[in-house]
Design a protein around this ligand. Structure first.
Ligand SMILES: *Cc1c(COP(=O)(O)O)cnc(C)c1O
Length: 227
């Protein structure tokens, strides 16, 4: 099957999952995760109408954008080292993986340098797995309060990566927990902070994530095949 055919299937699955729980599919944006995939694969997906692509590695991303021909929007979704932020300043419209103040400060500095504002999501490690990035649920509010004072960042919501399970149903409590946390933080009415975006759900569990309120699903394998 081609990338275009895979994309059609994924879009249909998103629509079905949304309508199955009474949500509008328009509220759910698909981020095609293109890490390790070639610029030609990205162009093929773009030709099939895909608009947003997610990348994990700065070096790979920088190399790829010079070789991709289609106009598109890039999101950075992987663990980000502060000393690499400068290289992606202005090149991504959203960073999903902000999990510490020092990183937010560097994004603020680099986007400030080019006179722009970066949309970000705060990554929360809801499962508490020690191998995963992300702030804890308990620390999230304080972190968001601190980040909200930075002028060149705009907090749009939360992101999480639950543990990997063969059975997607097992990820549900973590998606639900993220949604609950977003609602709790929204009630704080922190100036400039919006909790409208929930980035959760990957190839194996995006339908469950949509049922639990995902607005951004990050899907790689189901579109581009195994890495
Ligand atoms: C790789 C990756 C994805 C996509 O995973 P698939 O299982 O291939 O859909 C989503 N989010 C993050 C943060 C990733 O690193």
């Amino acid at each position: 099957m081609t990338i275009a055919e895979h994309l059609d299937i994924v879009r249909q699955q998103i629509r079905n999952a949304a309508s199955g729980c009474g949500r509008s599919a328009e509220k759910i944006r698909l981020v095609a995760v293109s890490k390790t995939k070639s610029p030609a694969d990205v162009d093929e997906a773009a030709a099939a109408g895909q608009m947003i692509f997610g990348e994990n590695y700065v070096q790979e991303f920088i190399a790829k954008i010079t070789q991709v021909h289609s106009p598109m929007e890039w999101h950075f979704i992987g663990h980000l080292q502060s000393n690499k932020v400068r290289q992606i300043a202005g090149m991504v419209t959203m960073i999903h993986s902000v999990d510490r103040l020092s990183l937010a400060q560097e994004i603020d500095r680099q986007w400030g340098r080019i006179g722009k504002v970066c949309d970000i999501l705060v990554q929360v490690n809801v499962s508490g797995e020690t191998t995963k990035s992300g702030t804890t649920g308990a620390d999230a509010t304080a972190l968001i309060q601190a980040i909200s004072k930075l002028p060149h960042l705009r907090i749009r919501g939360l992101m999480t990566m639950p543990p990997f399970y063969d059975e997607p149903e097992r990820a549900r409590p973590f998606f639900r927990e993220l949604k609950h946390l977003a609602e709790t933080i929204a009630k704080e009415h922190i100036p400039g902070v919006s909790m409208e975006e929930l980035s959760m759900g990957m190839s194996g569990d995006f339908e469950v994530a949509i049922q639990e309120g995902a607005t951004l699903v990050r899907i790689g394998t189901a579109i581009f095949g195994e890495r």
